[in-house]
Design a protein around this ligand. Structure first.
Ligand code: BG6
Ligand code: MG
Length: 215
């Protein structure tokens, strides 16, 4: 019998590749302000809330804006981001995700979402994945962003599962730190060199099985 009774998934970059759309929309904002945003700099934004991401970007460009202007720019970025997301279909779900979630359901392992995004439900609906999740903890619900453990602790509570019996799937450094701080098994989706703190790192879900989480 496995120790893991619940799996909590990040959304962007784990269930669906929206990271490229976030990057595209942020890059356009940076360009409008007169500087560029590299893919490497974008890595720092993964898992980070919209307003915190904007602050990081403005610091990169050495640009200062009033609070009002920041809200305006962030709203604009979000509209652009959502427009890009609306091109997505269920086929944009990352490879292997559906099969892995089906396996979890088959094994009666609980499934939850833990995302910093305020757009989580819209995006899950768009790719027809909403019905998989017994709970959704998103950016509208949390008061402390990743790397704080709040998002995953709330998810575990909703699923009535002690943190030690939860696994978290994350593509962001901040998200892995959040999972570790919550006392959960941290599974990195991506590169080992980036997600070095994770307990396990895999490039994606293709060929990944529940038994790979250990006993
Ligand atoms: C995270 C993304 O999932 O959500 C971040 O990794 C993003 O890049 C954050 O900034 C907030 O998303 P949204 O959709 O509320 O702007
Ligand atoms: Mg992510």
């Amino acid at each position: 019998m496995s120790l893991i009774k619940a799996c909590l998934f990040d959304l962007d970059g784990v269930i669906v590749d929206t990271a490229k759309y976030h990057y595209q929309a942020w890059r356009q904002l940076a360009n409008e302000l007169g500087f560029d945003l590299t893919l490497e700099q974008n890595e720092q934004l993964k898992g980070i809330s919209r307003m915190e991401s904007l602050d990081i970007i403005l610091a990169i460009g050495g640009v200062e804006l009033s609070e009002e202007e920041k809200v305006r720019r962030a709203t604009e970025k979000n509209a652009r981001y959502l427009e890009l997301c609306m091109q997505m279909t269920p086929e944009d779900t990352l490879p292997g995700v559906r099969a892995f979630l089906d396996e979890l359901k088959h094994r009666s392992v609980k499934i939850g979402l833990g995302s910093a995004s305020k757009n989580a439900k819209v995006i899950l609906e768009r790719i027809d994945m909403l019905s998989y999740f017994e709970t959704i903890v998103d950016g509208n619900r949390i008061t402390r962003g990743k790397p704080d453990p709040q998002v995953f602790l709330l998810g575990a509570e909703d699923l009535n599962t002690p943190p030690a019996n939860c696994a978290v799937f994350e593509d962001a450094v901040a998200g892995i730190q959040s999972a570790i701080a919550a006392g959960m098994l941290a599974v990195g989706i991506g590169e080992k060199s980036v997600l070095a703190e994770a307990d396990i790192v895999v490039p994606g879900f293709v060929g990944f099985h529940f038994s790979d989480l250990g006993d």
